[in-house]
Ligand binder design. Structure first.
Ligand code: HEM
Length: 226
């Protein structure tokens, strides 16, 4: 229990949530209750967990602005790195388990399905963000670090596009499998709108004071990484 006291409740919640998808998958595989189409199921679950963690990382700034609660800002890196971890597992499952690393077949599939190209672009953009997320790179890159990390506001809509494109259904009547990806799209759109400085300022001044969490005395828990 002494070990746990080193972490804040938010840190514990993030680590537990992030690992839960993998633990669940392993538990189902061990008990023989996993899907009858395991590769597709693995692709879908890791993809969804990756986009969810990415969206959670986008939530940190609005939560800080609305509730004046600064801890989520320190957890953005952890959430982003977990999103990258799941996206990497997702890509490995696709390339290795699904296509057996048959590169020519794999490239042909990518060329034929633009939704996969969108996924590749999103993943390629995530790589520099993950590798430069550490303090040493923050110092080295200076102002460019912030510019580079704004790419997340491009990556999020790209992953939404990749997600909704892989689902069957009708966008207008909300028939089929589009409701869930559309919910992600809506959340991402709200976060992007929230990036507009005038809207951010208006919202911050609009929030009633009693909604704002009291500042914590204990201060600055260190940023953690997965
Ligand atoms: C090299 C890059 C990528 C490739 C080749 C790829 C491949 C795929 C494939 C084949 C599927 C369809 C699975 C199916 O329904 O049969 C899929 C779905 C999905 N991918 Fe990716 N992906 C890539 C990058 C990403 C990234 C970076 C993310 C998120 C951060 C992501 C999130 C998703 C999501 C959310 C789904 C839909 C899951 C569902 O159907 O519930 N993908 N991807």
């Amino acid at each position: 229990m002494k070990f746990l006291s080193r972490y804040t409740p938010l840190q514990i919640a993030i680590h537990v949530y992030a690992w839960s998808a993998l633990v669940w998958i392993v538990a189902e595989l061990l008990t023989g209750t996993f899907s009858i189409n395991p590769i597709q199921e693995l692709e879908q679950r890791t993809g969804r967990h990756a986009i969810t963690l990415l969206v959670l990382s986008l939530m940190c700034t609005p939560v800080n602005t609305i509730f004046k609660w600064s801890e989520p800002l320190k957890r953005r890196r952890t959430l982003g790195l977990y999103a990258f971890m799941y996206a990497t597992i997702h890509v490995i499952i696709f390339a290795d388990l699904d296509y057996g690393l048959a590169w020519s077949r794999l490239i042909q599939e990518l060329v034929e399905k633009p939704r996969l190209i969108v996924g590749v672009i999103a993943f390629a953009l995530l790589i520099p963000l993950a590798f430069t997320s550490f303090d040493i790179w923050k110092k080295r890159l200076g102002k460019n670090w912030k510019r580079l990390h704004k790419l997340v506001y491009l990556i999020a809509p790209l992953t939404f596009l990749h997600y909704i494109w892989s689902k069957k259904g009708d966008l207008l009547s909300l028939q089929g499998e589009v409701a869930k990806p559309l919910t992600y799209g809506l959340i991402i759109a709200v976060f992007l709108i929230f990036r507009i400085p005038a809207i951010r300022k208006a919202l911050a001044s609009f929030i009633p004071r009693r909604m704002v969490l009291p500042a914590k005395k204990d201060a600055q828990p260190k940023a953690d990484t997965p």
